[in-house]
Design a binder for this molecule. Structure first.
Ligand SMILES: Nc1ncnc2c1ncn2[C@@H]1O[C@H](COP(=O)(O)OP(=O)(O)OP(=O)(O)O)[C@@H](O)[C@H]1O
Length: 243
């Protein structure tokens, strides 16, 4: 069964005419590394914001393991515990003064017992290699370090589904390899990953499942070899398999 399902979902930003997602239906399979591809502005980030309840669709519903998701405050709290979102720009995510304070922020909001906050914080610092930076002010960090802190903060909440919006953008090769190692470890530990990216090589080599968005709808979905074998027959997608 799918972990998260979009059923006939349409979304238009308030005060705009354009419908970004148009009666889109999509299953996000559990325990897979899924990548969403599509041209700039096709709606990948919008889809991720719908996937964690940040936006509410004008038509259609989202389902968690086949059960409809609601938008009441209690339901949204539970939804955001299950589904963590790391924004493309970590500056949009980091809220506290230091690395340790920022990772603890979401844990404190969950009102967990202090001992649990301390143990999840130290685990997150260790998992993401941030121990030496724990007291460092966030404004002193590099982009790659900020991405790691943002990801550590999301993973400390132990989501079942991790949404990542172009996590590799502006990172150098070394940082990309490090982040990919962390994401592979997260996936092996049982977390489902849904990542928006423009990196076709990553889609081909790393993903278990692909989704291609085009004009507000799902153009293709399936395992990478199957999807890449079909894209050339659909010139309107203007997307070609990597060499
Ligand atoms: N807050 C907003 N208000 C109005 N329109 C918006 C808003 N955010 C995004 N859009 C529009 O929605 C469309 C989809 O944007 P979105 O960011 O979801 O695309 P994307 O596929 O993630 O693009 P990219 O690959 O460039 O990051 C674009 O046309 C964009 O201009």
């Amino acid at each position: 069964m799918a972990l998260l399902t979009f059923q006939d979902v349409s979304y238009r930003y308030p005060c705009t005419e354009a419908v970004i997602l148009k009666h889109l239906s999509l299953d996000i399979p559990a325990h897979k590394k899924t990548i969403i591809l599509g041209h700039n502005g096709c709606g990948k980030s919008t889809l991720l914001c719908l996937a964690n309840g940040l936006y509410r669709p004008q038509t259609g519903i989202l389902l968690w393991r086949g059960q409809p998701l609601g938008y009441g405050s209690q339901e949204l709290r539970q939804w955001r515990q299950r589904v963590g979102l790391a924004f493309q720009n970590p500056e949009h995510q980091l809220v506290a003064g230091t690395v340790a304070e920022d990772i603890s922020y979401g844990l404190c909001n969950l009102k967990l017992p202090k001992a649990q906050i301390v143990s999840r914080l130290s685990q997150a610092l260790e998992d993401f290699g941030l121990e030496a930076l724990s007291e460092r002010p966030l404004h002193q960090l590099s982009l790659g370090q900020k991405r790691r802190v943002a990801l550590a903060g999301v993973m400390a909440l132990q989501p079942e589904l991790l949404l990542l919006d172009e996590p590799m953008a502006f990172l150098d090769g070394r940082q990309i390899r490090r982040l990919l190692g962390e994401l592979t470890r997260i996936a092996q530990a049982g977390t489902t990953i849904l990542m928006a990216t423009h990196d076709l090589h990553l889609a081909q080599r790393w993903a278990d499942w692909l989704v291609i968005l085009h004009q507000g709808q799902v153009a293709l979905t399936g395992p990478p070899p199957e999807v890449f074998s079909k894209v050339t027959a659909l010139p309107e997608l203007d997307l070609y398999p990597p060499y």
